[in-house]
Design a protein around this ligand. Structure first.
Ligand SMILES: O=C(O)c1ccc[n+]([C@@H]2O[C@H](COP(=O)([O-])O)[C@@H](O)[C@H]2O)c1
Ligand SMILES: Cc1cc2nc[nH]c2cc1C
Length: 348
């Protein structure tokens, strides 16, 4: 499987529509700029969707699940079997993202990329099994080249399905025990930061657990110090679901589908996507600042101003789903408010 598609050009946001939308905002009955990020969001969505009246009624959520060999190093507060167990919970409707997706009327797709405790064929789960788990990246590359290509392609497949279903917004989520360790490794390699700066509690490690996680990460980064490209760093240190998110973000930008990025792991995938194809950045909106320690640094690296800061640290697209009502309200205001002229309100 070739990786050539990653470098294909992205769609271009419509600059003329952005100008029109910006001018329209100044005519609405409020002091200019007073709706802050709700204004910039509507302008950005109009430019990305190439329409004067943006909308995010049709929301597509793909949650990618995969297990991690580095779980063997004791870097998570939870056992590895939880990944497969949660795949079933996503599909049967009991997980946080299941509830959020239902409340939003969003389409939820669950993609199993490989879990040690494989729940098998379940209605509502797309099986795109690569292997039961990645390899432990303390010992060798997390993924073979073929596995890496398959994971990226699985993300692009989800974007194709989202486009075909008429989605106006793509949200990616992830589930994988130990994936904060994998994401931290990728982010440290991409940003040249030490693990002590980016490692956090994940599912709930205590201070001693975080110290151990940092020492595991230091070993892994030393082992893979010769990986220089972003793609190679992602292959050696990432995971199936992280690579799938990276593939999805790149494919969404190429297809002209706006993306709402979730938490720490998703933002690491976004960082990799932008490092591989810089034009992707324009297509990314950022939902929230996760409680995971390193997230603020990743957002800063992407020059991202997230919408929410609710101390969430769940993943599985929950933070992005929580921000969808704000996007919908931003569109409603942009499309529905009266202008000064229409309402007979005096302008400054
Ligand atoms: O999205 C986040 O910011 C986030 C922060 C901490 C943990 N998580 C979730 O917790 C799991 C990984 O945590 P851990 O401790 O097993 O590395 C994985 O399934 C993620 O979805 C997610
Ligand atoms: C129960 C549980 C649910 C999750 N959802 C995303 N990551 C998770 C990690 C755990 C442990």
């Amino acid at each position: 499987m070739s990786l050539d598609w990653l470098g294909a050009p992205c769609a271009t946001p419509d600059a003329a529509i952005a100008d029109t939308a910006r001018a329209h905002q100044t005519q609405l009955t409020k002091p200019p700029g007073s709706l802050g990020q709700l204004e910039s969001l509507a302008i950005q969505l109009a430019a990305l969707q190439r329409v004067p009246n943006p909308a995010v009624e049709q929301v597509w959520i793909s949650v990618f699940a995969g297990d991690h060999g580095v779980a063997d190093e004791g870097v998570s507060a939870f056992p590895q079997v939880v990944t497969g167990e949660m795949v079933r919970n996503f599909a049967t409707g009991g997980a946080a993202i299941s509830v959020l997706a239902r409340s939003l009327g969003a389409q939820l797709e669950v993609v199993n990329l490989g879990t040690v405790n494989d729940p098998g064929d379940i209605p509502g789960v797309r099986r795109a099994i690569i292997a039961p788990s990645t390899a432990n990246f303390c010992l060798g590359p997390a993924m073979s080249e073929a596995q890496f290509a398959a994971a990226l392609a699985a993300g692009a497949d989800s974007v194709r399905a989202a486009k075909a279903a008429g989605a106006q917004l793509f949200i990616g989520g992830e589930m994988g025990i130990a994936n904060t360790t994998a994401a931290t490794a990728v982010a440290c390699a991409l940003l040249d930061e030490p693990p002590s700066r980016l490692a956090g509690a994940g599912t709930g490690l205590n201070a001693e657990g975080i110290r151990h996680k940092v020492s595991v990460l230091e070993r892994a980064l030393a082992q893979h110090a010769d990986a220089v490209t972003a793609a190679e760093r992602l292959r050696r240190l990432g995971g199936f679901e992280i690579a799938a998110l990276t593939g999805a973000y790149i494919a969404a930008a190429q297809a002209g589908l706006p993306v709402l990025v979730d938490g720490f792991i998703s933002t690491t995938a976004a960082l990799a996507a932008v490092a591989i194809q810089p034009q992707v950045r324009a297509w990314l909106l950022f939902a929230h600042r996760s409680k995971e320690h390193g997230h603020a640094r990743l957002l800063q690296a992407l020059d991202a101003e997230p919408l929410l800061d609710l101390s969430l640290r769940l993943g599985e697209a929950s933070g992005a789903a929580t921000a969808v009502p704000l996007l919908r309200l931003a569109c409603a205001l942009h499309n529905g408010m009266a202008t000064f002229a229409q309402a007979g309100v005096s302008n400054a």
